[in-house]
Design a protein around this ligand. Structure first.
Ligand code: DGL
Length: 269
């Protein structure tokens, strides 16, 4: 049996990328709802309908677990999905907890970047309220990054001016930690590092979600010895376009390169 991954678009690949490292012998199905991306700028009701439709399709593909690799979708429907299906459903939420814990005792603040819808949702407000009694967390939506990712536009010439404009009202020296609270955002870690002062830490929930998936499968005795095959779907249609598949592979390479560069930079600091 395969493991389903779901996102509005290619953001979920940043989570699948981590799962492939921890669970290389599983088979995967990756479903991107590209007909309806971006979710973050739509209404909650509209997005809920799209997610339920997509998950109905995924549930028919004989999956043993489903990862909602989208912070926005998690904040809207995770409980509803868990009550509808028998397979385990894992979500991802902005990594506010590790960010606040790691920076405890520091004067500097935490900045959470996510979609507008995630930041509006009660789930997010409850999370921050629970974890941040000292009120050290600020939040900012960056919808342009979702659009850039979907256009496979990662060039610093385009992305850095956008980030500078969106962040202009903030004093970036006040932040020690930035949470990448949308699965599309880790693709831009290189540009973000150039815009924030040196030494700022970037945290995403992808690795934690992959670890959680591994623990869950191990606890259920449900690990496979497969080949790490991935089937890709775009809003219910299987992708058989080799040019597109090779672009997805390039995205994994991009993420690997940025991870190496980040490890290097953190060693230097
Ligand atoms: N990748 C998604 C997230 O983590 C949603 C992006 C969007 O569709 O707006 O929130």
């Amino acid at each position: 049996m395969t493991i389903g991954f779901f996102d509005s678009g290619i953001g979920g690949l940043t989570v699948l990328h981590q799962a492939l490292k921890l669970l290389p012998q599983e088979d995967y199905l990756f479903y991107a709802d590209t007909d309806h991306v971006p979710y973050g700028e739509k209404t909650k009701e509209e997005v809920r309908t799209y997610i339920l439709q997509a998950v109905e399709f995924i549930a028919r593909q004989n999956i043993k677990a489903l990862v909602i690799a989208c912070n926005t979708a998690t904040s809207i429907v995770i409980e509803e999905l868990r009550s509808r299906y028998d397979f385990p459903v894992l979500g991802i939420e902005p990594a506010v907890k590790p960010a606040v814990e790691q920076s405890a005792g520091e004067q500097q603040r935490v900045l959470v970047l996510a979609t507008r819808l995630t930041l509006q949702e009660k789930k997010y407000h409850d999370l921050v309220h629970r974890i941040d009694p000292g009120e050290r967390v600020d939040s900012l939506p960056l919808p342009g990054l979702v659009q850039y990712a979907e256009q496979l536009e990662f060039s610093e010439e385009k992305v850095i001016p956008y980030l500078q404009k969106e962040l202009a009202h903030l004093n970036l020296a006040r932040y020690s930690t930035v949470v990448l609270g949308c699965t599309h955002f880790p693709y831009f870690e290189d540009s973000l590092r150039k815009v924030f002062p040196p030494g700022v830490k970037f945290i995403s929930g992808s690795r934690g979600t992959a670890r959680h998936l591994k623990q869950l499968l191990a606890a259920r005795g449900g690990m496979n010895q497969c080949t790490g095959n991935i089937r890709f779907y775009r809003s219910g249609i299987e992708v058989d376009d080799s040019a597109l598949l090779s672009k997805y592979n390039d995205l994994f390479k991009r993420l690997d390169e940025m991870e190496e560069a980040a490890a290097h930079t953190e060693q230097e600091n």
